[in-house]
Write a protein that binds this ligand. Structure first.
Ligand code: S3P
Length: 444
């Protein structure tokens, strides 16, 4: 199989124009979308998914599970069915290409190991530079037969018998936890994952939805998860909630563009994902959440955002797992806030789609904002942001969207070298922001 082809880069710029106003239907959550496809592919029976995020990352997972023998059918926009394999995958004879997706490749390594199949895992240049040892090591402790390239892709996984482990991940990572739990479905004995810092718990919630037996025991800010294997899953209906990480871009744009007033519908309010909104509240943001029920075990709410004068924040490292993908855009908010902010404990940002700690600092300084890295902290002095800079997005979707948000409020706007990778997580970003009143220009 040839690697997922990437389109030629397309530059874009944003400029301040007028307040953002209106209502946005928040795109489906990326984490929940991956998990719905994977658990559907492992289950017995046909799972119906509504509101699936049809982004490049999620579509790579859909392609992978169909190559592993699940039947994956799109029945309408956002509506998909997955007929599962009852816990056993077929071994594909060509590599599984996960493109840019860390979630896809890491969760699927666990799922494939537990489902008794062999596969070769590859990805794009960004994904191939990211650490995979954090997943392959615990899987090998369970008995997985894995050859990795110095802890990086490509990874070859050969079918083998798995046994349970008792594991304390050395990094706070929902991807690592999820890979182990998915493998544990096919392992003998009780697997225990001990998280020092609780990370997003969508895998645990969705496993229960699919009828799995597992227990989750809080231990202060930590969690102990126990899952006995082998055990099967039963197909169910999954309604994907709105993605708080995607909603973050319109939220911050509305906060920093004077006069803005937006409503974002169906935003997931799982506390393991809403650290950004808590931080913004502490900075003086005018946010109001109106509960809108639940979607597949996750609470959702309609979020109203009104432009606000923000003040600086000293943000503790402990909150990082609940807002790990939101730091680049939070940093934009800090650049417009009054005073000096310190965002602490951001070492994990170096292991994302790009080195997001360096990239975020560079995005701000390229636009005349005052920012520096101090150890693992990012220090930003807010005020008027001149803008006018060009941001090198390093193939990182969240950097591209954050830079465009910055340009919507900075005097001289901002330019990015490439927006094509935005399709990995938020394909409708440019259209959605334009519909709310943003001024965006795309180059050829
Ligand atoms: C994700 C977990 C996070 C996050 C990623 C999605 C998930 O990664 O950055 O975008 O769906 O489990 P880590 O768990 O590795 O921090």
């Amino acid at each position: 199989m040839t690697p997922i082809s990437r389109p030629a880069p397309r530059a874009a710029r944003s400029q301040p124009l007028k307040p953002l106003r209106g209502q946005l239907i928040t795109p489906g959550d990326k984490s929940v979308s991956h998990r719905a496809l994977i658990l559907g592919a492992l289950a017995n029976g046909t799972t119906r998914i509504s509101g699936l995020l049809e982004s490049d990352d999620v579509l790579a997972t859909a392609e992978a599970v169909s190559r592993l023998g699940a039947s994956v059918v799109q029945t309408g926009p956002g509506n998909w069915t997955v007929t599962g394999r009852g816990g056993r995958f077929r071994s594909p004879d060509t590599p599984l290409d996960f493109g840019n997706s860390g979630t896809g490749v890491r969760l699927m390594m666990g799922a494939v190991a537990g489902a008794g199949a062999s596969a070769h895992f590859i990805g794009d240049s960004s994904l191939s530079s990211r650490p995979m040892g954090r997943v392959t090591e615990p899987l090998m402790q369970m008995g997985a037969d894995i050859t990795a390239n110095g802890g990086r892709l490509p990874v070859q996984l050969n079918a083998s018998i798995l046994n349970a482990i008792d594991y304390r991940p050395p990094v706070a990572s929902a991807q690592v936890k999820s890979a182990i739990l998915l493998a544990a479905l096919g392992a003998s004995g009780e697997t225990i994952v001990r998280e020092d810092h609780a990370t997003r718990d969508h895998t645990e919630t969705m496993l229960k939805l699919f009828g799995a037996g597992l227990t989750v025991e809080p231990e202060g800010g930590a969690r102990i998860i126990r899952l006995g294997g082998p055990q099967g899953l039963t197909a169910c209906d999954v309604d994907v909630p709105g993605d708080p990480s995607s909603a973050a871009f319109a939220t911050i744009a509305a906060l920093i563009i004077p006069g803005s007033d937006l409503t974002l519908s169906r935003v997931m309010t799982n506390p393991a994902r809403t650290g950004l909104y808590e931080a913004l509240g502490r900075m003086g943001a005018d946010l109001s959440f109106t509960p809108a029920g639940q979607a597949s075990g996750e609470h959702i709410a309609d979020l109203r955002v009104r432009a606000s004068q923000l003040s600086a924040i000293d943000l503790e490292a402990d909150i990082a797992p609940s807002m790990i993908d939101e730091y680049p855009v939070l940093a934009v908010a800090c650049a417009f806030a009054k005073g000096t902010s310190r965002l602490r404990g951001l070492a994990e940002l170096r292991a994302k789609e790009s080195d997001r700690l360096a990239a975020t600092c560079a995005m701000l300084t390229a636009n005349g904002a005052t920012a520096r890295i101090d150890g693992d902290d990012l220090v930003i002095t807010g005020g008027v942001v001149p803008g006018g800079g060009e941001v090198i997005t390093r193939g990182d979707h969240r950097m591209a969207m954050s830079a465009l948000v910055l340009g919507m409020a900075a005097r001289g706007g901002a330019a990015v070298d490439d927006i094509t990778m935005i399709a990995t997580s938020y394909p409708a970003f440019m259209d959605d922001m334009s519909a709310l009143g943003a001024r965006l220009e795309v180059g050829q």
